[in-house]
Ligand binder design. Structure first.
Ligand SMILES: [Zn+2]
Ligand SMILES: [Zn+2]
Length: 228
């Protein structure tokens, strides 16, 4: 599956391969233009990155040339979440991340470092982009990061809640293994201690979600960073 051809102006490079990813690239492009982003001087690279656990992240590499900002803005989106809750992703995650990018470029114009804070200035930009969304440090959507955590070697565990949410994934670290053994990791809802579950006993929804994630991983095209 190749990277899709999309008619965009502000976004210079992307690795969109599905129509959902293409919609996100188009919306990112539209919002950047609407907010008068200096795309002639700051190249925008949008990537769908399946390895990240957050919903999105960004990095600005900029410098001032005769008082104007020049550089590269790299925006990353976790595309697995586009399959879990596309609406929240489209409405809120894009606004969340673009607000960081816009604030960072403003900072660079003033010679200030990138902030990445979820402060008042950032929240104002989020509300300008989408007045209907809550400016939160982490967007609340129906995003399930368990397949990603399992892929990274996490330990599948269960409490006594008995539903699909009873299955949680802890990082495979000495400290969480110790806590599991001592029954120190307890479910906030049913108060029972989490117990490790063998792969064969995992709920079917989880195994299917992991398989789906691995399929996406195998078909994803990555590309080298932009350089100019
Ligand atoms: Zn953020
Ligand atoms: Zn529970």
């Amino acid at each position: 599956m190749d990277t899709l051809e999309i008619a965009v102006t502000a976004v210079q490079q992307h690795n969109a391969q599905t129509s959902r990813e293409a919609e996100v690239v188009k919306e990112t492009d539209r919002l950047l233009r609407l907010n008068l982003f200096p795309y002639e001087r700051v190249w925008v690279d949008v990537r769908f990155d399946l390895a990240m656990t957050e919903h999105s992240s960004s990095k600005i590499n900029a410098m001032l040339v005769s008082g104007e900002v020049h550089g590269i803005a790299e925006i990353r989106y976790q595309s697995l979440f586009l399959w879990h809750d596309f609406k929240t992703f489209f409405d809120e995650v894009i606004a969340h991340e673009l607000a960081h990018v816009i604030v960072d470029v403003r900072n660079a114009e003033k010679g200030l470092p990138s902030s990445k804070n979820h402060d008042e200035e950032w929240a104002e930009v989020v509300m300008e982009i989408n007045p209907d969304c809550d400016a939160l440090a982490k967007v609340r959507g129906e995003f399930d990061d368990r397949p990603i955590k399992i892929h990274k070697g996490g330990i599948g565990c269960e409490c006594e809640c008995g539903d699909e949410d009873a299955f949680v994934v802890f990082p495979n670290t000495p400290s969480s293994l110790m806590k599991l053994r001592n029954e120190d990791l307890t479910c906030p809802a049913c108060k029972s201690a989490y117990v490790k579950v063998d792969r064969e006993q995992w709920p079917r929804e989880i195994t299917e979600a992991v398989d789906f994630y691995r399929c996406l991983m195998e078909s994803k095209i990555y590309h080298l960073p932009l350089s100019r």
